[in-house]
Write a protein that binds this ligand. Sequence first.
Ligand SMILES: [Zn+2]
Ligand SMILES: [Zn+2]
Length: 146
Amino acid sequence: MAEPYREGSLRCPACVGLLEPRDAGSGALVDVCPGCAGVWIDWFDGDPSTLARELAPLGPARDPSEGESGAPCPRCTQRLLEEPYAGNGPRVLRCVDCAGAFVPRSSYDDLAELAPPVAEDEAPPTEPNGLGRLVAAIRRWIAPGD
Ligand SMILES: [Zn+2]
Ligand SMILES: [Zn+2]
């Protein structure tokens, strides 16, 4: 059952369906699995918890196809590592190589709750939008505090 690799089509690590690009707001493009409603988030897409909140309207949880540790990364085919987001959050599958992450549908809601509250009158003074925020998000993943 050799599947030809098609450039631009990412394969879901949970159900091996093809991921579909989806606008998650704020210019971020994530890849959603039409089969299991899991989401692949590239490291440059943004803070996963914030993205999860944006994606919450995706719909109710479906019969979960969770994905497993050891499934191949859609981007670089490295084995994904299962771990709790930010140390004690919902389960995600993270790629240590390209720092992308697969969020099973069942983890969205919990992940979305971890998103920092949107405080419009309180812009972070030291962190610029964009790259600085992303780097901060990745740092939290790589070296979860407390
Ligand atoms: Zn899937
Ligand atoms: Zn990867």
